[in-house]
Design a protein around this ligand. Sequence first.
Ligand code: ATP
Ligand code: MG
Length: 172
Amino acid sequence: MILSVANLKGGVGKTTLCYHLAYLFTRKNFRTLLIDIDPQGNLTSCYLSTPPDTSNHVKRLFENEIPIPIKINENLHLVASSIELSKHESQIKLESYFKLKAYLELPEVRKKWNVVLIDTPPALNIFTSNALIVSQYVLCIVDPGDFAILGYKEVKDIIFDVVKRLILMPNL
Ligand SMILES: Nc1ncnc2c1ncn2[C@@H]1O[C@H](COP(=O)(O)OP(=O)(O)OP(=O)(O)O)[C@@H](O)[C@H]1O
Ligand SMILES: [Mg+2]
């Protein structure tokens, strides 16, 4: 299962939810891969006290390299992030939207994990798009406020848009 947590509104609890879901899945003995694809790197800092090594960094996907997940415990690994990711934000090539999909479809990656949880930034950018494109499920978290509900509606519209485009371009 590949699941993204998304809302275009910031600060609604996306990262916190990912963190707690990861704990719950690993307790149930699911082999869980966390992917922090937010340049803020907040999920990463829940586990690491220093910036991640380049080899473990999600930015590698955008440099045509394969990131190596960091082992957090027996059932939990993390592809980490930090502000370094933001230098790839302006990539506009079509193939850049499918980097995470290509990674998660690698046979050695695919067979290793039962659950992949992706924490996204509060924006519709290349990173959120990568997450939505590869996800089977999107959990859109809202807090009780108009802006978060607006952010949810925007995510829903984007998902429909992405699905429509994927149907039009089945070979991608
Ligand atoms: N269920 C909750 N109840 C109360 N506070 C919460 C809850 N979930 C998260 N918080 C707090 O809200 C703040 C924002 O949470 P978090 O960083 O998880 O949001 P986010 O959506 O990931 O933010 P961003 O959009 O910047 O990535 C944090 O201080 C967090 O501790
Ligand atoms: Mg966050």
